[in-house]
Design a protein around this ligand. Structure first.
Ligand SMILES: Cc1ncc(COP(=O)(O)O)c(C=O)c1O
Length: 350
């Protein structure tokens, strides 16, 4: 039986070429700055994002945490979206570990913010009752907002606003290469007006571990110290960084395939009466749809019995993610299985 795992692009396994790169990586002690593979990856990541420097870290969550702590002091506050990964899914790290509070504003349908909400969120720092507004954070692509790609045109008014207040900006670009692919705009251009960017190697780029933080030299030096403080100084980390180098050289062009597969899946799902989806909203590799209470548990079991992982027996809003390891034939198979479910279950209840 086919096995298809739609749960996340984090489930990807290294390609043979990537395994070869890992096996032959040149290594050294990165805490001494002597791992040639880590150094090469950091130069490459800085170049690709158009920033002065970059830092290799263990995960996307660690990248965002370090970036926040490098931008904001204890007693500071960051403005984040109510649907952002930083706010929803990173265990409150900035406040728990850094003494930085979250000022949450609604994410609009574009995954961005309305200026009126930002105006209301910004604190007057002459008033000593207030925490100090220290950072504005975005996400691109925006996971919870449907995996949408945010264009510079949409972002510009928000950056203009932040710059007017001298407020630093950070983008959680866990899937920034998906945004770049979708918009056909180089990552450099997407982040040129943003102070720092993090991106994940271990999602669509199919590395086993790792994320990058990119920004100016001063910021990255500070980030390096914080990484050490968090216990994230790794030694012969080139064994992981070599996968990252391979990914930046070889795995970017294929992201389009994931988007084509996602669009095909979304189109197929839109024909099923028990699925609620607006397939036109699917822009990248994340396909969100709703499954009614009546069907979610049965469908979940049915898919599992056909080798398909994804969705949940308890929630109505499901996300299927396309990635390296899922082919166009896998999408055909999934749509067939979901039609079969329809024939069995929906015919029975009709
Ligand atoms: C938008 C976004 N940011 C950050 C992360 C965190 O990445 P990690 O799982 O490597 O900590 C994720 C993970 O799914 C994500 O989707």
């Amino acid at each position: 039986m086919r096995k298809i795992d739609f749960r996340s692009d984090t489930v990807t396994k290294p390609s043979p070429g990537m395994l070869e790169a890992i096996a032959t990586a040149e290594l050294g002690d990165d805490v001494y700055g002597e791992d040639p593979s880590v150094n090469e990856l950091e130069i490459k990541a800085a170049r690709i994002t158009g920033k002065e420097a970059s830092l290799f870290v263990a995960s996307g969550t660690m990248a965002n945490l370090i970036a926040i702590l490098a931008h904001a002091d204890r007693g500071g506050e960051i403005i984040v979206g109510n649907k952002s990964h930083i706010f929803v899914s990173e265990a409150g790290g900035a406040s728990a570990l850094g003494g930085v509070s979250y000022h949450v504003v609604p994410n609009n349908s574009k995954g961005l913010f309305d200026i009126v909400d930002l105006e209301a969120a910004f604190r007057d720092d002459t008033n000593y009752h207030h925490p100090i507004t220290s950072l504005l954070a975005f996400e691109n692509t925006h996971n919870n907002c449907g995996g949408i790609a945010i264009s510079p045109e949409d972002l510009n008014p928000i950056i203009d606003w932040a710059q007017e207040y001298n407020l630093p900006t950070h983008v959680d670009g866990a899937r920034i290469f998906n945004a770049s692919t979708r918009l056909d705009i180089p990552v450099q251009k997407l982040v040129e007006r943003i102070d720092s960017v993090s991106f994940c190697l271990s999602k669509g780029l199919a590395c086993p571990v790792g994320s990058m933080i990119c920004g100016d030299e001063k910021f990255i030096n500070k980030a390096r110290r914080i990484r050490k403080m968090l216990g994230g100084g790794m030694r012969q980390a080139g064994i992981l960084a070599s996968a990252g180098i391979f990914a930046l050289d070889n795995m970017l062009d294929r992201l389009l395939e994931d988007h084509i597969n996602a669009a095909k899946l979304a189109q197929g799902l839109s024909d099923l009466e028990y699925i609620d989806i607006n397939h036109k909203l699917v822009e990248t590799n994340l396909v969100f749809f709703n499954v009614s209470n009546e069907h979610k548990e049965k469908l979940h079991l049915f898919l599992e019995s056909h080798g398909i992982k994804g969705g949940s027996a308890t929630g109505n809003r499901w996300r299927f993610t396309t990635h390296y390891g899922i082919s166009s034939e896998d999408i055909d198979y999934t749509i067939e299985v979901m039609k079969e479910y329809s024939n069995v279950e929906c015919a029975q209840s009709a």
